[in-house]
Design a binder for this molecule. Structure first.
Ligand code: ADP
Length: 472
């Protein structure tokens, strides 16, 4: 186990917390118990010594002294009586004093000075601890002696030690329990983390098919899901990347083959008429254009992705631009037998955009609609939609399968690869469209049904209402 592992960190935190709670708690409990026991003894000795001292009026009667000695014998407390000179005249059996000998001068002094004394006293031989309370005996306000009541407090110390031992045992027990608990919990926590570490290392090495099992619904479960999603996404990116290069080479190879072939035919003069020659030259021109478009799109995309595309944002008259676009694509649409309709609301709006980029976006959408529609109509609409203006391009074409819609705006993503052979296209258009729309603070949405048609909608914040004379 590493010193900086979660088990150690969690374990030491819990133990420190426990100690922070247990140590003061143990101290307080110990203080409460010792205070309680000592107070009991003090109160009892004080009460008894006062009672006894008050009931003595003379030390002359031997009978009375013997009675106190007997009383001491019968109870748990020892009783010692001294005369006014500090000489022990009665002792029920306390080993601290000797009958016939004098008590310490300091004791007698404090009796005379304070009329009482109390404290701990240790017996020399057995080291037994006694609590002793002394009271001065007065007769008609004249000191005639002193009375001491004492009791061994070894029992109290034993009880306290027992309590301390119990507190210690409970503390050690709870620390051990906490350690066991920490170990189990952190094991359960770190095992999946170690699995995650292994998996992410594999993913980092490029093994994107690595997946982790989601075994809980907590934060770790969410992390596992996020890592699985990341691996999936990387896998898809990897596939898209390989497809990206395959696509580029394929897209370049086709026109190059045409260019080579037709150039050779022309060089070897393998044509019969001037018309045939022009036909071949047209193919060369078209393929060169196609190559140019591919290179242009790639360049454009890389510029956008690197954030190097500079936009000329200005106020744009939407009606004007839409009319221009529709008239531009009318001929290609008619050539395919398609009708193209432009419907604009009575209220018309201006937006802030880059005119030529907006045109590029709209042309792309309309051209796609023409490309992927074999019959029917293409409708270009411009409507108010809350704070935005919504431009929609709707067709009655082949549509897009629902599960492919989320990937539509990715580079080189082409719906059903077989389509592209029939309809052409390299899958860069929509990716460029989306990024251009977003760069102009807009958003794009698509709705589609296979066999029924597709509608692309772009939204831009309305800048202001269009003036009538701005229309044309
Ligand atoms: P492409 O150059 O291949 O058209 P795009 O990025 O413009 O690339 O479009 C991506 C894919 O989306 C296309 O392969 C096509 O299948 C699909 N698509 C785009 N517009 C339409 C549409 N109006 N109707 C049907 N499918 C469309």
């Amino acid at each position: 186990m590493k010193w900086n592992s979660i088990v150690v960190k969690m374990g030491s935190t819990i133990i420190i917390l426990l100690l922070l709670v247990l140590l003061p708690l143990g101290y307080i409990v110990n203080q409460i118990f010792s205070g309680f026991y000592f107070k009991e003894v003090q109160d009892q000795l004080n009460r008894l010594s006062s009672q006894y001292a008050e009931s003595i009026h003379s030390l002359e009667e031997q009978k009375m002294l013997t009675m106190y000695e007997l009383l001491g014998d019968m109870t748990e407390q020892e009783i010692v009586i001294v005369n006014e000179n500090g000489l022990v005249v009665a002792n029920s059996g306390s080993p601290l004093f000797q009958k016939g000998s004098s008590i310490e001068i300091e004791m007698m002094d404090s009796l005379i000075r304070d009329h009482e004394l109390q404290g701990l006293k240790i017996e020399g031989n057995s080291k037994t601890r006694y609590y002793i309370v002394g009271k001065a005996i007065y007769e008609r306000e004249e000191l005639i002696g002193g009375l001491f009541v004492m009791t061994s407090i070894e029992g109290i110390y034993e009880s306290l030690e027992k309590i301390q031992r119990l507190i210690l045992l409970a503390s050690v027990g709870s620390i051990l329990l906490a350690m066991g608990f920490t170990f189990i919990v952190s094991r359960r926590l770190t095992n999946p983390l170690l699995e995650i570490e292994k998996a992410t290392r594999k993913i980092a090495k490029g093994n994107f098919s690595t997946r982790l099992e989601v075994s809980s619904q907590d934060e770790i479960g969410h992390l596992v899901k996020a890592i699985n999603d990341m691996a999936k996404e990387l896998h898809r990116n990897q596939t898209t990347r390989s497809e990206f290069f395959a696509n580029i080479s394929h897209e370049l190879r086709t026109p190059i083959t045409y260019l080579e072939g037709y150039a050779r035919v022309l060089r070897e003069k393998r044509y019969h008429t001037e018309e045939e020659k022009n036909e071949y030259l047209k193919v060369i021109e078209q393929e060169a254009k196609r190559m140019g478009k591919l290179v242009e799109d790639l360049f454009e995309l890389s510029k956008i992705e690197e954030g190097k595309l500079e936009l000329q944002l200005e106020e744009v008259h939407l009606t004007k631009i839409l009319k221009q676009i529709v008239s531009k694509v009318k001929i290609p649409a008619q050539n395919k037998g398609l009708e193209i309709i432009l419907s604009i609301e009575e209220k018309r709006f201006n937006i802030i955009a880059d005119k030529s980029r907006l045109e590029q976006v709209l042309i792309n959408l309309v051209e796609n609609s023409i490309r992927y529609t074999d019959r029917g109509i293409i409708e270009v609409k411009c409507l108010e939609s809350g704070p935005d203006v919504r431009i929609s391009v709707k067709d009655t074409g082949i549509g897009i399968p629902e599960d492919e819609i989320p990937y539509l705006f990715e580079r080189f993503y082409r719906v059903e690869k077989s389509r592209s052979r029939k309809y052409g296209g390299i899958g860069l258009g929509l990716s460029i469209v989306k990024q251009l729309v977003e760069l102009q603070h807009g958003s794009i949405k698509v709705e589609s049904k296979v066999g029924q048609g597709t509608e692309f909608q772009i939204f831009f914040p309305i800048y202001k209402e269009e003036q009538q004379d701005e229309e044309n």
